[in-house]
Design a protein around this ligand. Structure first.
Ligand SMILES: *Cc1c(COP(=O)(O)O)cnc(C)c1O
Length: 395
């Protein structure tokens, strides 16, 4: 089996699993309890906070708030910035069309509450332009939220420049860095980030754990009412084993980041070169300004879902643009945002590999995709229309 869907989730590292198990067996106390095993759990929790803080270049442990994952961190970041904006009479938010649904759906909710949202364009190369973000900022803008790297096409956004613009204009800047953390260098200070979301299961940590970075002085709104955990901003007994494992996974990812990225990029580029040989295909998003492990293609005249099923038969686990909304026929909002037409967007394939993907795996994937695309096209009515000239090729 070849696992090529690391953008959906990653396999937990052995170190993270061992940490989690040890924590469950030994440091099982409630961090709020005053006796020994509780205080030990508290120590584990605060050590993890310090490690997470350092890994993203923050310098105050109070800036790290543990959450149940990326979605919760996104919700809390947007809700908090919106409340700060509302109090100041600023009800305008700038974002982009290809954000994760945790952002887009929260923005929809805020719109119902009276906020106004401007979505800047994502260009054909899968990148947002800083000058267009700047132009979208108004007197009443309370927040700019742009993702660090896209989860479908892997394109890495000019975050530092956007952050600098926001800072100069005095507008809060949030970034959903779920796909970036542990894969490419991220530093909240150097990148001018005020709020940042991350999720452990995207960097070989456990599912159901993540964190929100909020620069000192930003007042957070709590989504969950109850006890005084996380300085009163997130009630509920902390997921100590998950948080401890997340810190270990993050440390490992950051320590080996450059080396892993280099290995992974070589395999990615070989995959891209191999898949480009398929006629009437195109890569989605800039070829180099993308995550080390992300490959995303459109193949004209086929359907992504059939492609996935047949690849699965060959032991390849991958994803298509519409996988997140399976059951619906809507193509990926990300591919539409970069200008792919519906027909083409339907024939997409996302392969997200890592440093452990072998060279043999890469060659196997290239051959398998070529075979499956040829096979599917052999009985596709759309493909027949294209080759007979009834329809025009787009790619
Ligand atoms: C996976 C993902 C999320 C959601 O994170 P969860 O921990 O699964 O809630 C948010 N944003 C991006 C970009 C993601 O890839």
């Amino acid at each position: 089996m070849i696992y090529a869907d690391n953008a959906a989730t990653t396999k937990m590292s052995d170190a993270a699993i061992d940490t989690m198990v040890a924590c469950m067996k030994e440091t099982y106390g409630n961090p709020s309890s005053l006796y020994e095993v509780g205080q030990k759990a508290k120590e584990v929790l605060e050590n993890a906070r310090e490690e997470v803080m350092k890994a993203i270049g923050a310098n105050n442990f109070r800036e790290i708030l543990f959450t149940s994952g990326g979605s919760e961190a996104d919700n809390q970041a947007l809700r908090s910035a919106a409340e700060i904006g509302r109090a100041a009479g600023k009800m305008h938010i700038v974002s982009s069309a290809f954000e994760h649904h945790a952002i887009l759906h929260t923005l929809k909710r805020l719109e119902k509450e009276g906020f106004e949202v401007t979505l800047v364009d994502v260009h054909e190369d899968g990148l947002v332009r800083p000058e267009e973000v700047e132009a979208a900022i108004r007197e009443d803008t309370c927040l700019v939220t742009i993702m660090y790297a896209n989860n479908e096409i892997g394109t890495i956004q000019p975050i530092r420049e956007i952050g600098a613009i926001c800072r100069a204009k005095g507008v809060l800047f949030h970034t959903d860095a779920v796909q970036a953390i542990g894969h490419i260098p991220v530093n909240v200070q150097e990148d001018n980030i005020d709020l940042l979301s991350a999720s452990a299961h995207k960097f070989h940590g456990p599912k159901g754990t993540g964190f929100l970075y909020a620069r000192k002085g930003i007042k957070l709104t709590n989504l969950i009412e109850g006890g005084a955990q996380e300085r009163g901003k997130r009630a509920g007994t902390e997921n100590v084993p998950g948080i401890a494992a997340m810190a270990v996974a993050l440390n490992d990812a950051v320590a080996n980041l450059e080396q892993n990225a280099e290995i992974t990029k070589k395999k990615r580029d070989r995959l891209i070169a191999g898949l480009k040989e398929i006629e009437h295909s195109a890569i989605n998003g800039d070829e180099t300004k993308r995550l080390p492990g992300n490959v995303n293609f459109c193949f004209e005249g086929i359907e992504g879902e059939s492609l996935l099923l047949l690849l699965d038969d060959k032991g390849i686990q991958a994803s298509s643009g519409s996988a997140c909304t399976s059951g619906s026929l809507d193509p990926s909002h990300v591919l539409l945002a970069i200008g792919r037409v519906h027909d083409v967007a339907h024939g997409s394939l996302r392969l997200t590999i890592d440093e452990k993907t072998s060279d043999e795996d890469v060659e196997f994937i290239i051959t398998a995709v070529k075979d499956v695309v040829t096979y599917l096209r052999s009985f596709s009515p759309i493909w027949r229309d294209l080759v007979t000239g009834k329809k025009e090729f787009i790619l």
